[in-house]
Design a protein around this ligand. Structure first.
Ligand SMILES: CC(C)(COP(=O)(O)OP(=O)(O)OC[C@H]1O[C@@H](n2cnc3c(N)ncnc32)[C@H](O)[C@@H]1OP(=O)(O)O)[C@@H](O)C(=O)NCCC(=O)NCCS
Length: 218
């Protein structure tokens, strides 16, 4: 049986969307202040912090180590959630300017800035407060570090859950960008799409302002 042209068109658009799509993404910032208190979760949760130079093998599950190798090489910090012995999610924090191949976004960081990425919670434990607990633990760690004054995160406009979560935690808009996504695996920023032009994704941003360095001023 042949599908109606309108049904075929919708199917084609859906399949093309899996291959290639352009999405609007918000870049948000959390400026250091007293972080929210650790929330209650509906499961018995333990969050391990994996610092640069730590024994990653002891914390990151073996089947996930391949994906975390670039994080480890960069010296990023992980917040890894466990229910009992079972891995149930994580979020990562970078202090290094780099281009993330998955999102295609290139965050340019000043010395007092960090960038949170790869927030993930295993589907069968959503929504029971794991992401909130991970984010709060990460913000508590940022707030406890005197070298940091702000942390960025990015979230696609259509990702309702994460938009709600980050905004409820006090993240505010700093830039909006459009990015092309290939096979839902590789991203690329659409040139000229960052608004405003000044920000962490642009050549001109806080990272170019000398007063943002933590070094003593002359
Ligand atoms: C987004 C994600 C991390 C949320 O994880 P979670 O553990 O289910 O989230 P939590 O239970 O901690 O919920 C925190 C807040 O998020 C929002 N939220 C979570 N699930 C929601 C849903 N299904 N509908 C609406 N809001 C939701 C709510 O504001 C919630 O706060 P509340 O419980 O006080 O209402 C998870 O869905 C996920 O891993 N998604 C895929 C990867 C992803 O999108 N990562 C984020 C990239 S920025």
């Amino acid at each position: 049986m042949t599908a109606e042209p309108s049904v075929r068109g919708a199917r084609l658009r859906r399949n093309l969307g899996r291959l290639f799509e352009v999405v609007t993404t918000d870049v948000l910032v959390w400026e250091v202040r007293a972080p929210p208190r650790t929330p209650r979760t509906a499961i018995d949760l333990r969050i391990a912090e994996v610092k640069p130079g730590a024994d990653w093998q002891a914390v990151v599950p073996a089947e996930r180590r391949r994906s975390t190798r670039p994080f480890e090489r960069r010296g990023d910090t992980g917040f890894v959630a466990f229910e009992g012995d079972r891995y149930v999610g994580w979020v990562w924090l970078s202090r290094r300017t780099h281009r993330d191949p998955w999102s295609g976004l290139h965050f340019k960081l000043a010395r007092d800035e960090a960038y949170a990425y790869a927030l993930w919670v295993e589907p069968d434990v959503r929504p029971r407060g794991v992401a909130r607990a991970l984010m709060v633990t990460m913000l508590q760690s940022v707030a406890a570090d005197p070298a940091l004054t702000r942390v960025y995160g990015w979230v696609d406009r259509r990702n309702r859950e994460s938009q709600m979560l980050l905004r409820l935690l006090g993240f505010k808009d700093v830039q909006t960008v459009r990015r092309a996504h290939l096979l839902r695996r590789r991203g690329r920023r659409v040139p000229g799409s960052s608004r405003p032009a000044f920000g962490p994704l642009s050549r001109q941003g806080r990272h170019k302002t000398p007063t943002t360095t933590t070094e003593p001023q002359p």
